[in-house]
Design a protein. Structure first.
Ligand code: HEC
Ligand code: HEC
Length: 397
């Protein structure tokens, strides 16, 4: 494995693609990370992994302001956005669970409690695992560190583009937020009318968007601006890529090379460790669901980010695996035989079939490397109250 990497390095150096002191990981050896592409400025790194930008990119029609972010935070925590006024975005995207919810399948309307203590309500399970909100500002980022916030892929099947478009979708969902309170086509008018009747929101919308500005569009913009403020882009890996030689342990460095060598970075690449493409992996169904989850229609799901996994177990679109060890075992067992009976072996992604075999030591090293992608310094603040007067985060106590 080392041979392969040094060989590649040699070739790159012969063609002058690397600086002489480049280690093949496109790092910024002088430590001046410029924040656009992890700081290496040329992106000739041969393994397509890089640090996150230092700042998020806003869409042209929704520049962030402190007032918008503050309004968005209130809306994110306020169960007034849900039909039965018991569920907020934060119910399933909670800072104490890495802005996810810590359970395999989310529980929305009618549920009580937070994360593993949450009990099922009258609307049943949401059919998927809640992904984190952290760094969704960078969804869709390419290997050069460029983000197009209007086209950013959202959801496990990429069915929404951009945080603004995504933000109003949970409000319509029967199991997530709407429940039985009103028919789906009454969702936005009902919620907007509720907000217009709350003085606190009149003031906050006024400050963020000007007078008479309470509309569904501005709810979406404020939520998106808040989500873009929840960043965790200074992990040990980012520090290493920006030039700090001591940020990774020897085992993590080994794990990084093995991650590339076995082929994980064919899909988990770029600053988010995701190509934002759909792939068929054939993860088995979650038996809490009556129907198989077909993903995009062909059992393909989007490559998730590998950042901040320490906070967001369980893993996969349906939370089937509780630990990273189980995920690695899955990859090791899953080269050409689908574990999901609905998936043909032939349909498994080629890049999956090309994964090299892993031994236990390599798995441990790769897991150690994945730990270097955690950055616990994200904003975990919880508002003490929200303008509706309802409990912040919904019925999570
Ligand atoms: C009942 C739990 C629940 C609630 C409430 C909820 N979500 Fe989610 N969220 C999920 C689940 C589950 C998914 C994945 C759904 C899918 O992929 O089909 C998701 C996906 C997302 C994503 C996509 C992330 C990505 O990387 O693709 C964003 C952004 C998001 N939610 C924001 C919100 C916002 C904003 C609200 C409030 C308006 C909200 N969510 C309310 C459970 C919830
Ligand atoms: C063919 C593309 C591909 C390759 C190669 C690949 N992955 Fe994945 N990875 C995915 C997709 C797609 C998912 C989500 C699958 C699902 O939910 O059904 C995923 C999920 C994961 C998850 C769960 C993350 C979460 O938040 O749920 C981890 C961890 C992971 N992969 C690590 C790895 C490692 C380590 C390797 C190398 C041994 C690897 N992957 C190789 C595409 C890939």
């Amino acid at each position: 494995m080392w041979q392969r990497i040094s060989c590649l390095l040699l070739v790159l150096m012969m063609f002058g693609a690397c600086q002489p002191d480049d280690d093949g990981f496109g790092r910024d050896r002088d430590g001046r990370g410029n924040g656009n592409n992890g700081g290496n400025g040329n992106n000739n790194n041969n393994n397509n992994l890089s640090a996150l930008p230092l700042n998020a990119t806003d869409p042209a029609d929704n520049p962030s302001t402190p007032q918008k972010i503050e309004l968005g935070k209130m809306l994110f925590w306020d169960p007034v956005l849900s039909g039965e006024q018991d569920v907020a975005c934060a119910t399933c995207h909670h800072p104490n669970r890495g802005y996810a919810d810590g359970i395999d399948l989310s529980i929305g309307v009618g549920g009580v409690g937070l994360a593993e203590n949450r009990t099922l309500g009258h609307t049943g399970f949401v059919s998927r695992n809640a992904p984190t909100i952290i760094n969704t500002a960078f969804n869709g980022i390419n290997q050069n560190g460029n983000v197009n916030p209007d086209n950013a892929e959202m959801f496990w099947d990429n069915r929404a583009s951009g945080l603004e478009e995504q933000a109003l979708m949970p409000l319509h969902s029967f199991t997530e937020m709407r429940g039985n309170a009103f028919p789906e086509n009454q969702t936005l008018p009902t919620i907007v009318a509720r907000l217009q009747n709350i003085d606190g929101y009149q003031t906050l919308f006024n400050q963020a968007f000007g007078s008479n500005s309470i509309s569904a569009e501005n709810v979406a913009k404020a939520l998106a601006a808040f989500e873009r403020s929840i960043l965790a882009n200074n992990s040990p890996f980012d520090q290493y890529m920006r030039g700090n030689d001591n940020a990774l342990t020897q085992q993590q460095l080994r794990g990084m090379n093995e991650f590339v060598d076995v082929g994980c970075n064919n899909c988990h690449n770029g600053p988010m460790f995701s190509d934002y493409e759909l792939h068929v992996l054939g993860v088995r169904e979650n038996n809490k669901l009556d129907e198989p989850d077909e993903g995009d229609g062909d059992f393909a799901f989007r490559t998730p980010t590998l950042r901040n996994l320490a906070f967001t177990a369980p893993y996969m679109h349906n939370g089937e695996f509780n630990t990273l060890e189980r995920v690695l075992d899955f990859y090791d067992d899953n080269h050409d035989e689908a574990q999901n009976n609905n998936v043909n072996d032939n349909d498994l992604d080629d890049d999956l079939q090309d994964l090299d075999n892993l031994n236990r030591d390599e798995m441990d090293d790769i897991i150690a490397f994945l730990e270097s992608l955690n950055d616990p310094t994200f904003d975990r603040s919880i508002p003490s109250s929200v303008p509706s007067g309802l409990p912040p985060g919904g019925r999570i106590e």
